[in-house]
Design a protein around this ligand. Structure first.
Ligand code: ACO
Length: 435
């Protein structure tokens, strides 16, 4: 008998059941034995939007939302952001340990080797309309990578997996930069393998006619820190999409495209773009109270506020605020910062937000920094997708190696019609459409 158990009494039958507890959780399948009779399927757990259901065991990221703690493989996010490069953190997520100097050198060479994309993919991108959203372009081109690398289908071979992971991490900045330049009508810039990950990305984004691009070191470090802060966040919507799609053994390009799709929504990664739109709509500091009153009256949400897990300050938002100051020393202060600070000040004092434990999340300040650095709001979410690819792939790899995982296939509680006969079309009466 396990040490810890739970006794459940079924008041329909009066029967008591003892179920084991595993790491303070009940295995939902243990509820199936609770039945009213032999015909009964057994008890299900019902948890729309997974508010209280662990779908996996994971050793990648620890998050304590009540205390505002985020750690990757045991390392606090504050230390990783202060002391590491993005590629070190990506290595850590994927391999479980920080690399030593030789490992980092090899990893950097491997990723750099894979920054180029096939010329046909460039042509594929040229087919997009001039105003195509960069996130939609990224999603489509990442999915298209599986047509170039059919070997990726062999998801059970660790060497094949490693190659696709390196390819994806190497190519994400290139695809993103091409999508960005496509939307501006600028020619694509090839990767420069002399440059580091973020410097090379900035080169592909912003090089014009100069023979060699050199990024401002403060801005390059700020982007590096932003990448680290976005690298993983345990079982959020896009990571859950990655795991669910990957559980069917779809190749990693198709799977990552699904995660990008999930990230694009305004309630998830798309929120950073929405924050900027909201700040534009507010327009000035003095209009903040009226805007908050409108939110409290039920008209919309304060974008960049609230989180499913953090019920205390998002630790990433705290670091981002600091990065913002450093960036503004170089770029000049983004006037939207004053509106954002006022919005935060008023919201944090307001009972409506306090009661609901709504604090700024990672997206509240990231957009203001990105805008000051010269990005347009429609690329903010692709800037999120580049580093998150490391987290998605770490979780995907973990899922594939977990002997407990099977194809993701939730149950449902059917609420539709009971069985009925099809009536011939001439005899049917018009019915109101179902939702
Ligand atoms: N502004 C105003 N009210 C809010 C907000 C907000 N940003 N977020 C939640 N609430 C309210 C809800 O209306 C609800 O109120 P009620 O109890 O009166 O019905 C209460 O707070 C609880 O909110 P839920 O929607 O139940 O919280 P949930 O965990 O489902 O949602 C989410 C989390 C999606 C992040 C939500 O807070 C939100 O929509 N925020 C704005 C979008 C955003 O910033 N998303 C980025 C999240 S971070 C990321 O994905 C990288």
């Amino acid at each position: 008998m396990p040490d810890q158990t739970l006794t459940i009494t079924d008041n329909r039958t009066g029967k008591a059941y003892t179920v084991p507890l595993y790491k303070d959780a009940v295995r939902a399948l243990d509820l199936r034995q609770i039945k009213t009779g032999p015909e009964d399927f057994g008890l299900l757990s019902y948890d729309p939007a997974f508010l209280n259901t662990a779908a996996c065991q994971s050793a990648v990221t620890f998050l304590d939302g009540e205390r505002g703690i985020l750690r990757h493989r045991g390392y606090p996010i504050e230390q990783l952001a202060a002391q590491c490069s993005f590629l070190e953190v990506a290595y850590l997520l994927l391999n479980g340990e920080l690399p030593d100097a030789a490992q980092l050198g090899q990893w950097t060479r491997d990723v750099t080797h894979h920054t180029m994309i096939h010329e046909n993919l460039k042509k594929f991108m040229e087919g997009f309309h001039h105003d195509a959203h960069p996130m939609s372009m990224l999603m489509s081109t990442v999915a298209a990578l599986s047509t170039f690398y059919p070997d990726a289908r062999n998801v059970h071979d660790p060497e094949v997996r490693k190659l696709q992971i390196t390819r994806l991490i190497g190519k994400m900045p290139t695809l993103t930069a091409y999508a960005y330049r496509h939307s501006l009508g600028l020619p694509y810039v090839y990767p420069d393998n002399d440059l580091g990950y973020t410097n090379n990305f900035m080169n592909m984004l912003w090089r014009r006619t100069e023979p060699k691009f050199s990024a401002n070191p403060v801005l390059a470090r700020a982007l590096e820190v932003l990448f680290i802060l976005h690298a993983d966040h345990e079982q959020n919507c896009s990571t859950s999409a990655m795991r669910a799609v990957g559980s069917s053994f779809a190749d990693p390009f198709a799977t990552t495209a699904a995660a990008i799709a999930a990230l694009s929504g305004p309630l998830h990664g798309g929120a950073n773009e929405e924050v900027l739109r909201m700040l534009d709509e507010i327009g000035s500091k003095d209009r903040v109270p009226a805007y908050i009153a409108q939110i409290k009256a039920g008209h919309g949400k304060l974008m960049g506020f609230g989180h499913r897990v953090y019920k205390n300050y998002d630790p990433r938002a705290r670091i981002i605020k600091q990065v913002a100051e450093e960036v503004f020393e170089v770029t000049g202060r983004n006037p939207k910062l004053d509106i954002a600070l006022e919005l935060e000040r008023i919201a944090l004092e307001d009972d409506f937000f306090i009661k609901r434990k709504l604090y700024p999340n990672v997206d509240f300040y990231s957009g203001i920094i990105y805008q000051a650095m010269g990005f347009t709001p429609d690329v903010f979410t692709v800037l999120f997708a580049i580093p998150r690819t490391a987290g998605w792939l770490a979780q995907w790899q973990e899922m594939l190696q977990d002997p407990e995982q099977k194809i993701a296939r939730p149950r449902q509680i059917y609420t539709g019609q009971p069985v009925r006969e099809v009536v011939r079309i001439a005899e049917r009466r018009t019915q109101p459409a179902c939702r």
